[in-house]
Design a protein around this ligand. Structure first.
Ligand SMILES: [Cu+2]
Length: 119
């Protein structure tokens, strides 16, 4: 017991506080670097109905209907996707890894259409 143990005890909380600050900083940088593309499913429509992004970017499809189930899918020769059932409030990220123009459709509401241009 002496100076050395007092020093150790005091030092640990400072290290944890520093780490928390560093992680928060990283989180902010990641948010700034990645564009946030969000499409809302509401009233049996996608909002917006058309979007242009770059290859590798992600669109988050959000079921904003309070009482409707949706089911987003893409069926094209170069890129396919199937969300399964999207209950109200569900956020479905779709990563577009292939360039081209893709129709995102809803398996439950045939008139729902989101056109995505991937550059
Ligand atoms: Cu739908």
């Amino acid at each position: 017991m002496g100076l050395r143990s007092e020093f150790r005890r005091a030092r640990r909380p400072i290290a944890i506080a520093f780490l928390a600050g560093a992680l928060t900083g990283l989180g902010t940088a990641a948010v700034l670097a990645v564009p946030d593309y969000t499409v809302s499913q509401k009233g049996r429509e996608f909002h917006p109905g058309e979007m242009t992004i770059k290859r590798g970017e992600t669109i988050k499809v959000v079921n904003d209907d309070a009482d409707l189930l949706h089911h987003a899918y893409i069926d094209s020769p170069t890129f396919s996707f199937d969300s399964g059932d999207q209950t109200p409030g569900t956020v479905t990220p779709i990563v577009f890894s292939v360039a081209g123009t893709f129709n995102v459709l809803c398996a439950i509401h045939p008139k729902m259409l989101l056109v995505v241009h991937v550059q």
